[in-house]
Design a protein around this ligand. Structure first.
Ligand code: NDP
Ligand code: OXD
Length: 306
């Protein structure tokens, strides 16, 4: 069995070593143009040339949860695309989102500024009931985030394509219930995949439907957000603040207004990192299952785009 590894921006060597150790007997090497035919590819934003040269791939394993970059390429017709299925990401995402929500809800930035000036002051406690959090996307990550927010007793709404039932979470499904979901939420967390249906979904119209003084957390993809619409709503006061982990161009370009906006917190696409050991174990396990002819989870449906 032959595996090719090809990442843009990540050193492949430790992955190659890890995959060799997890799949003894397999030939694992870095992809270079003209590489001999392989059975599987393990990739992150690979060049089109790899897919064109390897029409016999049985599966392409993406070392992230989001497959938008891969779905923009022409894929070998026989190859299944397999996304990472949690592999240690959902707990990180839950930490990140709960931290962002709590930091805003408890006004910790304001306390920090006061303390820096030697001021011992109190703010009026806010009522959790006034801070319903809406989670867009109730998949592997969104459902874990919704459950984690419930632990802190926030009212939680969830919106997805198909209907979901999550204990303690008020769920909405499909375009018909989208506006009702937004109108019931003050904090909005985006955990949708980037597809033609979801691109630009965080825009002036949708964000204006949130409860006043809304707070936006985008941890999915930069192209979900219309940057200038968020800036206008922040300046107009309808949106009180935002925490953004993902951007249309990454790294966020020098001089982009998000860097210095007083109501925006920026992090460098780090809310849920790919964990190498967990990911290698998961991918190797799935390759072994496929070789035995068994079903695996995490196969992307090309028609849905996720
Ligand atoms: P999943 O595929 O498991 O879940 C996607 C969810 O979005 C599902 O609930 C799905 O609905 C819903 N959805 C998809 N399309 C629509 C639509 N048109 N309308 C309403 N709901 C829709 O993905 P994950 O939870 O694993 O990951 C989500 C995204 O998070 C990734 O695609 C990636 O972009 C991003 N991500 C960001 C990271 C970071 O570090 N910032 C790290 C990892 C991921 P249904 O359940 O009905 O299918
Ligand atoms: C992912 C990511 O999709 O890290 O896994 O953004």
């Amino acid at each position: 069995m032959k595996l090719l590894v090809c990442f843009s921006g990540t050193r492949p060597d430790p992955w190659i070593d890890g995959l060799r150790a997890a799949l003894p007997g397999a030939s694992v090497s870095a992809w270079t143009p003209g590489a001999p035919p392989a059975d599987y590819a393990v990739v992150w934003t690979p060049p089109q040339a790899l897919l064109d040269e390897q029409p016999g791939l049985k599966a392409v394993f993406n070392i992230g949860a989001g497959v938008d970059a891969l779905m923009a390429l022409r894929l070998p017709p026989s190859a299944r695309v397999v996304r990472l299925d949690d592999a240690g990401m959902s707990v990180q995402m839950a930490e990140y989102v709960c931290h962002a929500v709590i930091r805003h809800f408890r006004e910790f930035d304001g306390y920090e500024a006061d303390v820096r000036q030697g001021r011992w002051t109190f703010r009026k406690p806010r009522s959790r009931a006034d801070w319903p959090v809406g989670v867009m996307g109730l998949g592997v990550l969104g459902s874990r985030v919704a459950q984690a927010l419930r632990v802190f007793e926030f009212p939680v709404n969830g919106w997805s394509r198909s209907a979901h039932a999550i204990e303690g979470v008020r769920t909405y499904a499909g375009p018909a219930q989208f506006h009702a979901f937004l109108a019931a939420s003050r904090v909005l967390v985006n955990l949708l995949p980037l597809t033609p249906q979801t691109a630009g979904i965080l825009n002036r119209d949708t964000l204006s439907r949130l409860l006043p003084g809304a707070f936006v957390i985008n941890v999915a993809r930069g192209a979900h957000l219309v940057d200038e619409d968020l800036l206008a709503l922040l300046d107009g006061g309808q949106v009180a603040g935002a925490t953004l982990d993902v951007f249309r161009t990454e790294p966020l370009p020098d001089g982009h207004p998000f860097w210095t906006h007083p109501k925006i917190t920026v992090t460098p696409h780090t809310s849920a990192r790919t964990l190498r050991d967990e990911s290698i174990a998961q991918i190797a396990g799935k390759i072994r299952a496929l070789e035995r002819g068994e079903p695996i989870t995490g196969i992307v449906e090309p028609a849905r785009g996720y």
